[in-house]
Design a protein around this ligand. Structure first.
Ligand code: PEP
Ligand code: MG
Length: 604
């Protein structure tokens, strides 16, 4: 996926990675190299051990204060996204996690160690355990733990005073590093830096997500980046194409400069559609909503011109913590989002635990990667599920709530949820709690099973929300987590088009709303196909809303229907994708990347 092309001496060296946040920067590289902290192993006399434990406690408090400070300044500077605050919260929880803090304290007491060495050994131990795990979720957590341990170490060594997380990058520079923690990324964003180029990372790593939502161009997974880019060197970063050009030639600077100016002018023009409805020139209206992972990101959706929330992934309330959120805590979060979004609807999805999202809390049954996931898990863990549903029912009094069931594979699951909701409603009524009289209930169509029985499900729910991220991986038998199979990911595969058509037809005949909340919905290349298939609502990351709206506003639905008919008669995924790419280049050359303009994706 990543690679390097050495060009002749009149051109710069092009390093390729994954573009995770669009935008072109011509700038100066600021290398961020972490010097390894020198620590020593010290054997302490027994009489000093408790003092050493409290020294560690003080360091934890200082590191937590630093994170609080970072959170506060982000909120004040309006740079905070829900995800960022959530990551910082997760780091605060990790600081006090028994696996880290508890084990380090135990090492001080039982092995008479100094706090620095106790932390060092504990982190080594955690790394060894996690390295043996196959699950990418745990591998991601290792880097979080390393970052938290790094903060703790700096606090212990007294190197944290006003050091702004130990960074020396100047505003306007392009950060070049092997990796960055989410906290470091946030802190750098405040300067603000012009871009991020990283050797590590994937499109779904926290750092990539943060850079994207803050609108800072970023390329990750750039092989051998730090070997080739020195501090202060001129580079060009193209966050859409995933390129870093080292020592660019004058010609390259001119070309990329032009591209950058065009992109900036286009984004400015796009922002002007914020207040406009997503209606085609022949009067077909689509509702564009935002996807929300953590409550605080709510304002960005409205700012981008979105109407309400089409998917609130509640799992992020449950992850990275060692206790479950209580009914009152959940109620407070849901109510806040509902009240802030009212009268527009908020679709809150019940817990989608399993897959790569696992609870750290001991429960009678463990969720699984595939089998016992989402609604299947929740129906087995009624204490957890009932708590969430009670919180949702109570929160319904504060806005326009719709409840969405994830990973549905049978009619029985929908019926079970309706029954439980009825029982809990009666319970809450007897407690005198106010609730909305009607709460629409929807099913996620994200498994081939759900798609195949969509006619049966349509009679039992009030709306469908198609989750293409899972639906594509299970229909095309490719993993969302493995980059090796990425070339097979194609939402326009005939199998997908047929599946989507079947679901849309089932929804239409039952007269229910058909929406989509998977990544396909936020990609301008697919909007016309979805419009033609009869989707009513598309829900996406806030920053994708303006471009998607633009496609809708510029294309009559009659044109979209012709396009759909044409591709439905094609038999190969590659032919369809290339046809749609060419259509986009012809009609929306301002919305597509330069590489796509050069050649459609399979013709390259
Ligand atoms: C999906 O599968 O498309 C979806 C929206 O859910 P998630 O990405 O949370 O699995
Ligand atoms: Mg899903």
């Amino acid at each position: 996926m990543t690679g390097m092309t050495q060009l002749n001496r009149n051109l710069g060296m092009v390093l390729r990675g994954v573009g995770v946040s669009p935008g072109i920067v011509l700038g100066v590289a600021a290398r961020m190299d972490r010097e390894d902290v020198q620590i020593e192993r010290v054997h302490l006399p027994t009489g000093l051990l408790e003092a050493e434990v409290s020294r560690l406690g003080d360091a934890v408090n200082r590191a937590a204060l630093q994170l609080d400070e970072l959170q506060r300044s982000l909120v004040e500077s309006d740079l905070a996204e829900g995800e960022h605050l959530g990551v910082l919260n997760a780091h605060k929880v990790m600081l006090r996690d028994p696996m880290l803090l508890g084990e380090a304290e135990q090492r001080i007491r039982t092995q008479c160690l100094n706090a620095e060495w106790a932390i060092h050994e504990t982190v080594q131990h955690i790394q060894e355990i996690f390295a043996r795990m196959e699950d990418p979720f745990f591998r991601e957590r290792v880097s979080d733990i390393q970052h938290v341990a790094g903060m703790l170490m700096r606090a212990l060594l007294g190197e944290d005073d006003g050091a702004d997380l130990g960074m020396s990058v100047r505003p306007g520079e392009v950060v070049v590093a092997s990796s960055l923690s989410p906290a470091e990324t946030l802190s750098l964003a405040r300067l603000p830096v012009a871009g991020f180029a990283l050797e590590d990372g994937t499109a779904t790593s926290h750092t990539a997500i943060i850079a994207h939502s803050l609108g800072i161009p970023a390329v990750v997974g750039v092989g051998r980046l730090t070997e080739h880019v020195g501090n202060g060197e001129n580079i060009i970063l193209d966050g859409a194409e995933g390129e870093v050009i080292v020592h660019p030639s004058q010609d390259e600077e001119l070309v990329y400069g032009r591209r950058a100016r065009r992109a900036r002018a286009f984004l400015k023009a796009l922002r002007q559609n914020r207040e406009l409805p997503a209606v085609t020139p022949d009067g077909y209206g689509l509702v564009l909503r935002g996807n929300l992972d953590i409550a605080e990101g709510c304002a960005r959706i409205a700012d981008a011109g979105g109407t309400g929330i089409g998917l609130f992934r509640t799992e992020f309330l449950f992850l990275d913590r060692t206790t479950l959120p209580s009914e009152d805590e959940q109620y407070a979060t849901y109510s806040q989002v509902l009240a802030a979004t009212a009268p527009e609807p908020v679709t809150i999805r019940t817990l989608d635990i399993g897959g790569d999202k696992l609870l750290r809390v001991e429960r009678p049954e463990a969720a699984a990667a595939l089998g016992l996931r989402a609604i299947r898990y929740c129906l087995k863990d009624r204490a957890l599920f009932d708590t969430q549903l009670r919180a949702l029912l109570r929160a319904s009094a504060h806005g326009n709530l719709r409840v969405l069931i994830p990973f549905v594979t049978s009619l029985g699951e929908v019926k079970a949820v309706r029954k439980i909701l009825g029982e809990l409603r009666a319970q809450l009524q007897s407690e005198g709690r106010p609730m909305a009289p009607e709460i629409p209930l929807g099913a996620m169509i994200e498994t081939p099973a759900a798609a195949l029985i969509s006619d049966l499900l349509a009679g039992a729910v009030d709306f469908f929300s198609v989750g293409t991220n899972d639906l594509i991986q299970y229909t095309l038998a490719i993993s969302r987590d493995e980059t090796a199979g990425e070339y097979l990911y194609n939402p326009l595969h005939p199998a997908m088009l047929r599946t989507l058509q079947m679901v849309a037809r089932a929804g239409r005949s039952a007269g229910i709303d058909i929406s989509m909340c998977g990544e396909m919905a936020g990609d301008p290349r697919y909007v016309l196909v979805l419009l033609a298939l009869g989707f009513h609502e598309l829900s996406m990351t806030a920053s994708s809303i303006p471009a998607v709206k633009e496609v809708v506003r510029r294309t009559p639905r009659s044109d979209a229907l012709v396009l759909l008919q044409k591709i439905m008669n094609m038999s190969s995924a590659e032919e369809i994708a290339d046809y749609v790419d060419s259509y986009m280049v012809e009609h929306f050359s301002d919305l597509v990347t330069p590489r796509m303009r050069e050649a459609p994706r399979y013709a390259r």
